[in-house]
Structure formats: structure tokens, C-alpha cells
Design a protein around this ligand. Structure first.
Ligand code: NAP
Ligand code: MG
Length: 478
């Protein structure tokens, strides 16, 4: 097989100015944590410590919630057009500083620069633009004549799309007149802290956005605080369940965006070249650290052999390595803990009798890496077919009829996403109607847009983010 040789094309990191350590962003200022405790964030591609950041204690979270409550009356009563101006300003600053955000995201998270540059950062700005447009039109959104904000939103986000998940949470909350206390993930706090600077730059009133970094206990403190009226969580199903239990019986409202095990279903009349790209994008985009990843490939039996061999060929052309190289397709695994989780679940595939095939590529010496991998001879009871691996590992199964494809796709505790590849419109409609998945992509995969609601069924959570439906999570109807 011939491969193109690519010369190195490194993005420069000089556009990012890292401080040695970061405080908490409370009431419009960076402050030292009362606990005087710090953690460090590493670059998973090099294991280099990038910066230290504060661990928010219960008392720090209390200060942040109090600041958010103080800011609430004025912010919620601002005319929507005025709130919209702040959101537009934030969106424009994100665009102006896009390169800085993209480089910082790639350094802290390990994702390829071409993804942070072309997906994460532009989509984050798009979420602020979209919700800026709603801020003065909420009475036309279908939630009554005079919808009101819920109050203080406590938001906890994961490490796979750090800035983008922040935008999904902060933009609708502010547009609807809520104030925010946000807890970023422990391994990726740096773009949230840069976002705090953007809030200052935009002249956002003090206390409207507060960012409290830390580990799981800090997130738990945000969730538990009595001054929080609404909790929005994106992360694992296990933590989501513990949050639902923790706030049961309180006045708090809750939305949960949890895990997934998406089925990517390829029929024999599918446009195969596009489908191969869709399979690759579905599972290897962002190293497979994607809740809606197409991690189960369902192939119609008559084309299975052909698709698998073309897929293996395409996988061998993926460029795995330095995330800062503009040609890199698959970057570093976000943390050592995540690498261990991927390794564990994948080895259960070997033990349970599935057949492993991995790309034979060189990996950098330092950092956390996992070879793009697929498993053949997978059955529905295998762990690799049931549990979320959250890494670049694809479980391949076959089917004969649309009914069998639907049954296999729905045979999962999750229900976040699915993809259907077929030339037949009627078949796509039939599948979309019967698949228990919050998002069904047709002849595409992993396409995102702020106008389109996102969310799950079953153990993938409840509530929607994005689109008109997403506004409901931040409004009270009157
Ligand atoms: P995680 O362990 O659930 O963590 C998510 C966030 O919750 C982090 O900020 C984490 O802090 C915090 N946290 C941990 N324990 C907590 C507790 N008891 N109370 C409150 N907050 C707590 O998940 P993860 O490993 O970071 O992310 C991977 C998971 O997220 C995957 O299962 C994936 O499917 C899911 N995910 C879902 C979506 C979606 O939209 N449905 C999107 C992205 C990711 P630390 O980082 O400090 O532990
Ligand atoms: Mg990091």
C-alpha cells in the first residue's frame, strides 16, 4: 500500500500565555482558594505539567453561589436585547481569540489541533451567537408569554469537549437570564479559565458567570449547594445517577447528558465511500472520547466483508501522534486513567472471544496513546458491545434485515445517537422512527449545530441541550 509522507506541520504554541497557577473565578475576579489547595493539569501528549489550578472547597463553592445569587436580580431583569449584546460580544471575542483557544484546548486535552480549530472553537462561538439571538425573543419560543429564568444554575462538565461543553451550558443559561457556577473537569480546566478572562473582557457584570475548578468533590459541592436552583450535568452515567439521587426531594431542576453506545448502521445500498468516512468520523473523531460516538458498527451481512476490508485500509492511513501537528487525525488519550479504562474494557473483548485488529502505527514515546482498533466476531453480550469504552475502539456486528438492525441497535442500556446509511429515504425514515436514540444521523455522523437539540433516552440521560427545546432547561413557564 502506498502512503503519502507528510512533513511535520506543527502549530505554534506561542499564541498561548500560560500562568504558573490559576485561582478561582468568583464575582468577576480571580481569587485564591480558601483551601489553599491546588492540582496540576498536564498535556496528555507529553505528560508535561501545563499549569496549576485551584481546588474549590465547599466554602469556595459557597462564595461562588452567593456571588451568582447577588448578580441574579439585575441580570434576570435586564431587557433581553441587553443580555443578548453581552452574548454577542462573548461570541465575537471567542472568534477573535479562536487560535489561542484552539491551541490551549489541544495542549490541555490532547485532541488534534485541526479538530479544536475547526470544530470545538467555532461551534462554541456558534452556540453563543445562536443563544444571543434568542435572548430578546424568549416570549416567542413557545414557553408562555413571559418565561422566567430558573435562577442560579450549577453546571458540571466533562473533559472531552471542555470549551464546547461550557458553551452548551453557559450560553442558554445566560440568554434565559440565569446566572452560573460552573465546574470544569479536573484534567481540562484551562480553556474554562481563559473563558473567565473573556467574561472580563466582555464586561459581563460580576457574578453572572463563576468558574470553580477542582475535582469530583468540588462538583458534588456545586450540586449539593442549597442556593443552586438548577443542575446541569454532562458526564458519566454513574456520576449522573449519584447526582439524581443527591438532589431528589429538593426544589432543584436537573438535566443529565450521560454516556452512549451509538449504533452506526450500514445497509447494502449505502454509498460505501461516504459510509467509510462516516464510520471513521463516528469512532475516531476526538479519539473516540465522544458520548455520541458510533462505537457499535452494524453491517448488513452481504456487504460486511467488503466494508471491513475497506475500513481497515482507511484506518491504516490515519495519522496518529502529535496533536499539535496540523496533519494529525488521532491525538492523545486524555489521561492515564482513561487509557487504563480503555485498555481494560478492550482486553475483555479478547478474553470473551472477539477478534482484535489494530492499526500498526508508531506511537510517541511519552504521553497516553491507544491504537485505532476494531473488534470482529462481536456478540451482543460482549462487554465491548454493551459498555461505553470512550476511546478509539469499534465493535463490529452484522445483521440481515432492517428489523434485526433495529433490535440490535436498541439492545443497549443507552440511547444517545445512531447513524443510518442507505440510499432509500423510506428506509431511513423507518429506522429513525424505531431507533431509541436522541439523535439519528442519516448518511452522516457526528454533525452538530446549535439549532439542533441534543440529548438521550434511557441511561443516556434526560433533558435537551441546543435548539428551542434546549431553552426549556433554563426557563420557568408563567
Ligand atoms: P465523570 O467522571 O462523570 O465527570 C464529569 C464531571 O463531573 C467532571 O467535571 C467531574 O469532575 C465531575 N464529578 C465527578 N464526580 C462527581 C460527583 N460525585 N458530583 C458532581 N460532579 C462530579 O465523567 P468523565 O469521565 O469526566 O467523562 C466521560 C463521560 O461523560 C462519558 O461517560 C461520556 O459519555 C460522558 N459524556 C456525555 C456527554 C453527553 O452530552 N451526553 C458529553 C460528554 C461526555 P472531575 O473531572 O474532577 O472528576
Ligand atoms: Mg490536561
Amino acid at each position: 500500500m502506498t502512503h503519502f509522507e507528510y512533513a511535520p506541520a506543527p502549530e505554534s504554541r506561542s499564541v498561548v500565555e500560560l500562568k504558573e497557577s490559576y485561582g478561582l473565578f468568583i464575582d468577576g475576579e480571580f481569587v485564591d482558594p480558601l483551601s489553599d489547595s491546588y492540582l496540576s493539569s498536564v498535556n496528555p501528549a507529553t505528560e508535561e505539567v501545563l499549569a496549576h489550578f485551584a481546588v474549590g472547597s465547599d466554602a469556595d463553592v459557597d462564595a461562588a453561589v452567593r456571588a451568582a445569587r447577588r448578580a441574579l436580580p439585575k441580570w434576570s431583569k435586564l431587557p433581553g436585547s441587553e443580555r443578548g449584546k453581552y452574548l454577542f460580544r462573548i461570541a465575537r471575542i471567542l472568534q477573535e481569540r479562536a487560535r489561542e483557544f484552539a491551541v490551549l484546548e489541544t495542549l490541555d486535552n490532547g485532541k488534534p489541533i485541526k479538530e479544536s480549530r475547526d470544530v470545538d472553537v467555532p461551534l462554541a462561538a456558534a452556540h453563543f451567537f445562536y443563544h444571543a439571538g434568542w435572548a430578546d425573543k424568549l416570549e416567542y419560543a413557545g414557553y408562555g408569554k413571559n418565561p422566567k429564568p430558573i435562577g442560579v444554575a450549577g453546571q458540571v462538565i466533562p473533559w472531552n469537549f471542555p470549551l464546547l461543553m461550557l458553551a452548551w451550558k453557559v450560553a442558554p443559561a445566560l440568554a434565559c437570564g440565569n446566572t452560573v457556577v460552573l465546574k470544569p473537569a479536573e484534567t481540562t480546566p484551562l480553556t474554562a479559565l481563559l473563558f473567565a478572562e473573556v467574561c472580563q473582557q466582555a464586561g459581563l457584570p460580576k457574578g453572572v458567570v463563576n468558574i470553580v475548578t477542582g475535582a469530583g468533590a468540588t462538583g458534588a459541592a456545586v450540586v449539593a449547594h442549597a442556593g443552586v436552583d438548577k443542575v446541569a450535568f454532562t458526564g458519566s452515567t454513574a456520576v449522573g445517577k449519584s447526582i439524581a439521587a443527591a438532589i431528589a426531594g429538593t426544589h432543584k431542576r436537573l438535566t443529565l447528558e450521560l454516556g452512549g453506545k451509538g449504533a452506526n448502521i450500514i445497509f447494502d445500498d449505502a454509498p460505501v465511500d461516504q459510509a467509510i468516512e462516516g464510520i471513521i468520523n463516528g469512532i475516531f473523531f476526538n479519539q473516540g472520547h465522544v458520548c455520541c460516538a458510533g462505537s457499535r458498527l452494524l453491517l448488513q451481512e452481504s456487504i460486511a466483508e467488503e466494508v471491513i476490508s475497506r475500513l481497515q485500509h482507511r484506518m491504516s492511513t490515519l495519522r496518529v501522534g502529535d496533536p499539535m501537528d496540523k496533519n494529525t487525525d488521532v491525538g492523545a488519550i486524555n489521561s492515564l486513567a482513561q487509557l487504563q479504562r480503555i485498555t481494560d474494557i478492550a482486553s475483555s473483548g479478547d478474553a470473551e472471544g472477539a477478534r482484535r485488529w489494530s492499526v500498526d502505527c508508531a506511537l510517541p514515546e511519552r504521553g497516553y496513546w491507544y491504537r485505532p482498533t476494531l473488534f470482529l466476531d462481536v456478540t451482543e453480550s460482549h462487554r465491548i458491545a454493551r459498555e461505553e469504552i470512550f476511546g478509539p475502539v469499534l465493535a463490529v456486528q452484522t445483521f440481515r434485515t432492517p428489523t434485526e438492525a433495529i433490535e440490535k441497535a436498541n439492545n443497549s442500556p443507552y440511547g444517545l445517537s445512531a447513524g443510518v446509511w442507505s440510499d432509500k429515504g423510506s428506509r431511513i425514515h423507518l429506522m429513525a422512527e424505531n431507533l431509541k436514540a436522541g439523535v439519528v444521523w442519516a448518511n452522516s455522523f457526528n454533525k452538530f449545530d446549535p439549532t439542533s437539540p441534543f440529548g438521550g433516552y434511557k441511561e443516556s440521560g434526560y433533558g435537551r441541550e441546543g435548539g428551542v427545546a434546549g431553552l426549556a432547561s433554563y426557563l420557568v413557564q408563567e
